[in-house]
Each structure stands twice: as C-alpha cells, then as structure tokens.
Design a protein around this ligand. Structure first.
Ligand code: MG
Length: 170
C-alpha cells in the first residue's frame, strides 16, 4: 500500500489527466470548426496521450494495491476566440500539470516513497517535453500564423503527427 497522501494525489491526477484529454479534444473541435484540420489532428493525438497518462496512473495505483475512485471531469472552460488562444491555453495548462506532478513527487519524497518517485520520473521528463512542444507551437504560430500560405503549410505539418503509445510500460 502507498502512503495515504500520495495515494490521494495519484488518484486526483487520474482525473486531471482525463481533464487534459477533454480540454485538448475541445481544442481539436475548435480547430475542426475553423477548418484547420492539422491543428485539430495535433490536439486529437494530444488527447490520446493524456488518456494514456490517466491509464498509467490508474495502473500504477492498482499495481500497488490502491483502489481508484473516478470523479466527475470538469467541463473545458478555456476561451477559444483566436487561432492562437488554444496554443497559449495549452502551454499554461502543461505548466500547471508540471506543478501537479512536482507536488506528488514532493509528497512521495516526504513519505520516503522511492517507488512512486521512480514511477514519477517518467512524468517529470514527459512534462519537460510537453512544455517544450507547447511553447514551440506558440513560437511557430507567432512567426508564420499571420501569413495564410505559411499557416496552410504549418497546418499540413501538424496533420502529419501520428499517435505512438507511451514509452512507459507498467
Ligand atoms: Mg499528461
């Protein structure tokens, strides 16, 4: 069994990861409505990754004898009023998720729960990549987004993203 505080935070993270998937589906839907199918594809795949994260947290808890309790998922509430708005909201959201992962790490450290710290190492690295990707999208959009032809090419680049399963296997 895991430390009670650590288990509580891991369980909360399951919900946060499903919320992330929901949020990115909302972004994908926005871009579908705008006719930017490449941006939509990028966020649909992002949503699949977030679902994977939720499943990994659940599996880790279950591997350690913890009961998982599924809570209601919040409605996505970011205001999507420009092509750039989801990109900025996504970057902010990933920074928030990083802070959540760090808080679980902190609790695991305080409980001398080295197993959970080792499990979380993958997520610490993953969050670094998520933030870099999200920030990179903003930079590209700021460089090219105001030119329709460049935006068309950027949309094409994002259309080529394919899903790959997480490298962490439990
Ligand atoms: Mg995630």
């Amino acid at each position: 069994m895991l430390d009670a505080k650590v288990a509580e935070l891991l369980n909360a993270q399951v919900n946060k990861e499903f919320y992330s998937a929901y949020l990115y589906l909302d972004f994908a839907n926005y871009y579908v409505d705008q006719g930017l199918d490449g941006f939509a594809n990028w966020y649909k795949i992002q949503a699949q990754e977030e679902r994977d994260h939720a499943m990994l947290f659940m599996q880790y808890m279950q591997n350690n004898g913890c009961k998982v309790s599924l809570d209601a998922i919040d409605k996505p509430d970011k205001i999507l009023d420009s092509f750039e708005a989801p990109l900025k909201a996504g970057y902010e959201h990933e920074q928030y998720v990083t802070s959540l992962i760090y808080a679980i790490y902190d609790a695991a450290d305080a409980a001398k729960d080295f197993r959970t710290m080792q499990f979380l190492d993958w997520f610490v690295k993953e969050q670094g990549e998520e933030e870099t990707n999200a920030e990179g999208l903003i930079k590209k959009f700021e460089l090219f987004g105001s030119d329709p032809r460049a935006l068309y090419l950027l949309d094409g680049e994002l259309a080529s993203r394919v899903y790959s399963a997480p490298s962490l296997v439990l």
